[in-house]
Design a protein around this ligand. Structure first.
Ligand code: OGA
Ligand code: FE2
Length: 405
């Protein structure tokens, strides 16, 4: 009897100590993102907590509930934003009036005064063997000129790949090898091309056929990490509040202002890349790495007279089949925007927010890519379309990344 009383006492004591500790840790975590004043400043505290071993951050997605669900997001300044679920697969939301027209104008002028450059989506790491396979319609392990031409004209491959095929076709014809019976290219041959040799050819081609590119727009980069612009800083703070991500993730985001003129478009793509096992291009890595972006927050900075919606070709589908996506030309938004499952219409100040990745519950960090997150910009038919993007990045090492190292 006495023994069981002692045991009960020990258990209660243990529970008390456990709860007290948990509360303290949670309080410290809460401090990061809900403290007074500037949300960005709390990023530094992560470092301290990492080293004291108290902080173990678990990534969480916003809850979608169901398509059409609307939830209020109360900001520190008293504003209430309406977060509307547009799709559960991928998890996709919109918030109308996220930016004021003054903020939109400010971002446009920041980008303009800095200068806008033609956007390029050039991959320099050569061909993906998986896409070679997809184009090999008769599965004979080589690409015939017909197969390549089909791919080129259907635009079911990325721009750089298209150019490589063109280059090959042209060089084959130049050397008249085609006429001598060499009318195919093996995946190995494609892999061997020195992509650097193509640079001049690429830019000449791009100038002549801008509409053929997978992306036709101009852009300017702003840097959340180093910018001293107050308006931009306020926008970053709002994004932190809405996404509930650690401030450092917003600070380390890529941020682009993009303008599409008439005919401008961006073929369907995924904003992140898990196609190879090289490390993420973050933490100062620039070569032999892949683009790792957990979330995208896209703002429309103006009203477009006609066209220019953001299309999600497979949103809400029960199954995913990349081959089908390509065969049905759903990637080529110049041709098949109308067939996309979901199109978000541009509207000044609106934010579109989606996850490119799931969360891995076991690590509390980035999980598999959400294959349903394919999306792109439909052609602008009349007027201009201005957008801005936070591409919220991650790195393989969660703790080092969050600790801002
Ligand atoms: C992007 C993008 C879509 C659009 O910039 O990554 O997908 O509607 N843009 O412009
Ligand atoms: Fe994108």
């Amino acid at each position: 009897m006495r023994l069981s009383i002692i045991w009960a006492f020990i258990c209660i004591l243990y529970l008390f100590v456990y709860c007290f500790n948990a509360q303290e840790t949670n309080a410290q975590i809460d401090d990061f993102c809900t403290g007074d004043g500037d949300t960005l400043e709390c990023a530094d505290k992560l470092k301290v907590n990492r080293h004291s071993g108290l902080y173990s951050f678990t990534l969480k997605q916003l809850e979608g509930v169901q398509v059409g669900h609307v939830q209020d997001v109360s900001l520190e300044d008293g504003t209430i934003l309406k977060l509307k679920t547009l799709s559960m697969k991928p998890l996709l939301f919109e918030i109308r009036g996220f930016l004021s027209s003054l903020e939109c104008a400010h971002l446009m002028s920041l980008a303009s005064s800095q200068g806008l450059e033609e956007s390029l989506t050039v991959r320099t790491d050569g061909m993906k063997s998986s896409s070679v396979k997809l184009l090999d319609i008769n599965s004979d392990q080589r690409l015939s000129v017909n197969e390549i031409e089909k791919a080129v004209f259907e635009n079911s491959i990325t721009w750089i790949e298209t150019i490589i095929y063109y280059f090959f076709i042209i060089s084959r014809f130049l050397y008249t090898e085609c006429y001598q019976g060499v009318s195919f290219i093996t995946p190995e041959e494609l892999q061997q091309i020195d992509v650097n040799d193509l640079t001049n050819y690429l830019s000449a081609f791009a100038k002549i056929h801008p509409i053929k590119q997978s992306r036709y727009s101009k852009q300017s980069w702003l840097y959340p990490d180093s910018s001293t612009d107050d308006v931009f800083r306020q926008i970053q703070n709002r994004v932190i509040e809405v996404t509930r991500l650690p401030p450092v993730m917003i600070k380390k985001s890529d941020f682009q202002v993009v303008v599409y003129d008439e005919g401008g478009h961006y073929n369907a793509h995924q904003d992140s890349d898990t196609s190879s096992s090289v490390p993420c291009c973050t933490q100062k890595r620039r070569t032999n790495c892949r683009i790792c972006r957990f979330m995208t927050v896209l703002f429309y900075l103006n009203d477009v007279t006609e066209g220019g919606g953001t299309a999600f070709p497979v949103a809400g589908n029960d199954t995913y089949d990349e081959q089908e996506l390509r065969v049905k030309h759903l990637i080529n938004l110049q041709q098949s925007c109308d067939e996309a499952n979901l199109i978000v219409q541009p509207e000044l100040g609106k934010a579109v927010i989606w996850y490119n990745h799931h969360v891995d519950e076991s690590t509390g960090w980035i999980g598999a890519m959400d294959v349903m997150s394919w999306h792109g910009g439909c052609p602008v038919i009349r007027g201009q379309k201005w957008i801005a993007n936070f591409w919220i990045k991650y790195a393989d090492d969660k703790e080092a990344f969050l600790a801002d190292e």
